[in-house]
Design a protein around this ligand. Sequence first.
Ligand SMILES: [Zn+2]
Length: 407
Amino acid sequence: MTNHYPTALRRATLSDGSLVDVRIAEGRIIDVSPATGHGGRDELDLDGALLLTAGAEPHTHLDKALVYDRLRPDYGDLLSGIRQWQAHARHLTEEDFADRARALARMFLANGVTAVRTHAEIFPSGDPLRCVRALAGVRAELSGVMDLQIVVLPKNDIDDATIEAALDAGADLVGGSPHTAADPEGELDRLVAIARRRRVGIDIHADERLDPTSLTMRRLARALRREPLAPGTTAMAGHCVSLGLLDPAALHDVAEDLRRAGVSVAAAPLTNLYLQAKDIVAGPVPRAIAPVRALRDAGVLVCGAGDNVRDPLNPLGAADHLVTAGLLVAASHVTIEDAHDCVTAHARAAMGLESAGVEAGRVADLLAIRAPSLAAAVAGGAYDRVVLHRGRVVAQRKVTERTVLDR
Ligand SMILES: [Zn+2]
């Protein structure tokens, strides 16, 4: 594929059905106007393809990705998946982490995702920072192609100095999973203290369990309401499965804390449908996902995450934000449009990125898809795609399909 910076996208269809031309300069949209023709040499004729804001993945694991086939993990729950991953990861090299991260980043890009936030593990033995270094290297390779953010994901027994060393080695934010600690509140406080000390954002794995009393995200929100993090940083709580079990009044209280503290929530429908209640074969099988509609109605910034892709915690995953949007429609009962916002505009906002989309002044991170409508695109199917990052064409897909029914 040649590098291509089109000065205009001709004959793009917007979600409302209108046909427009979109002029681009220096990575931004400078004008959207009714379509006038096929355009010239430095322009890209989309021939009526649907033009959308590019996808953003707010919570994934490039470091764990794509080991499912080599590992064939035993059937198990979240903790057994983590154990099997850690036994395997002990032997993995920096190069192996980088290779798989690069492969998954490529999958995201080809699908139209131009911004990715990944968590990066620290290992208690061997070279603890090899994964962070690998991801920082991939981020450098992807400069100008994709925005990649790295969250250091320490287990609870990793000391402060090692977490700070990970930040020195290239991690952008502090993460962790306080709900898995013996003292969840103490662990949450420790992670917040590191984020404050280093003046970086925080992004925790929060309360990924079917237990309505597990509410570390509320402690995070209250801590940040008392004292916000450094200006320009973001705070996110991923999963928040326990919120799906609260009664409306209790949920409203937590949502108020999250909203006032500016803590966004990343719902991860695929992983949480897969992982929770896996051990139950018969009888009621409870599931829970962060309650997207109620949180949105309460003014919380909610985004949709693809999370794990073909690793010990999830054998599935397509690295496609439109698939995540479809899962939000099915499992969280949001509209097609709201689900699409969750994996595009809201995900970018939660990641602290500038607004993108088909509007003058916005960053030209776009996905042109040859689907007949947004609903059809979210419903799934193989469609041609063209992906732009800051005005540059960074991926193209051409689908060839023939059946005996075609003439
Ligand atoms: Zn995760």
